[in-house]
Design a protein around this ligand. Structure first.
Ligand SMILES: C[S@@+](CC[C@H](N)C(=O)[O-])C[C@H]1O[C@@H](n2cnc3c(N)ncnc32)[C@H](O)[C@@H]1O
Length: 227
């Protein structure tokens, strides 16, 4: 985690302020941003950023011309996202709450989300900074809820872009989205060395059979369209 400062972020380039405890844009953010930039967006496009963190993706969507609502469970993240909108000359509407319950009854043309997706030992709910990445024993605590909510949060022809690790089950996500009536496919993939969080629990991941012999992590972006 970073200390609060205004710097040029890598790999996502935007002027930002990231207070302690707020997720710093990383490879997953950058991969999702690449997919986001291919989406058709006009001034009437309503975008929802679920788990906005520093607001990197929300700001990007606003730069592309969308009307953006950014949701997070962390007040500190919302403060950062709102400030980072201002720093980049963009308006980001922020809403506090648990996933889509923060925007009751609303529907969107595009939902972008980089949810917590790292499998985590222990049954206790994550606390502090770990709330940004830990997601239960199979890493699917938030992913499954997003898959279930997608059909009602998306407008007809609306699209969902979600990034997560192969460790949390790519086929499972595709199947759940398809069961919900969405057309879903993987549109981005990248491999990267295990980061410090995964390295600290490699033994546990191996015991659970989640590594499947791999020596690196694969991140994917899944795109699902409301038919
Ligand atoms: C991996 S970070 C992603 C941040 C940012 N979107 C990015 O790509 O850099 C996940 C974010 O989801 C937020 N979050 C965790 N649980 C949530 C929930 N139940 N509802 C809304 N946001 C949540 C965390 O506070 C964190 O900011």
């Amino acid at each position: 985690m970073t200390t609060g400062s205004i710097t040029a972020a890598a790999p996502v380039r935007f002027r930002h302020w990231i207070p302690p405890g707020v997720y710093r844009p990383q490879t997953d953010t950058g991969l999702l941003r690449r997919a986001l930039r291919r989406e058709p967006i006009s001034g009437r496009t309503e975008v929802l950023d679920l788990g906005t963190g520093s607001g990197a993706l929300a700001v990007e969507a606003a730069r592309m011309g969308a009307r953006v609502t950014a949701v997070d469970i962390s007040w500190r993240a919302l403060a950062a996202a709102w400030c980072n909108g201002l720093l980049n000359g963009q308006r980001v509407r922020v809403r506090h709450g648990d996933l889509a319950s923060a925007v009751p009854g609303r529907r969107f043309d595009l939902v972008v989300t980089n949810p917590p997706y790292v499998p985590a030992p222990g049954g206790a709910p994550p606390r502090g900074s770990a709330r940004a990445w830990d997601a239960g024993a199979d890493g699917r605590l938030l992913i499954d809820r997003i898959c279930a909510a997608a059909p009602t949060v998306l407008r007809p022809y609306g699209r969902l872009l979600m990034v997560h690790s192969h460790l949390s089950g790519v086929e499972e996500t595709l199947a759940r989205l398809r069961d919900g009536g969405l057309r879903a496919q993987v549109v981005e993939r990248t491999r990267l060395p295990f980061g410090p969080v995964l390295r600290s629990r490699l033994g546990w991941l191996r015991e659970r059979g989640l590594l499947a012999g791999r020596t690196n992590e694969e991140l994917v972006v899944i795109r699902a369209e409301h038919a």
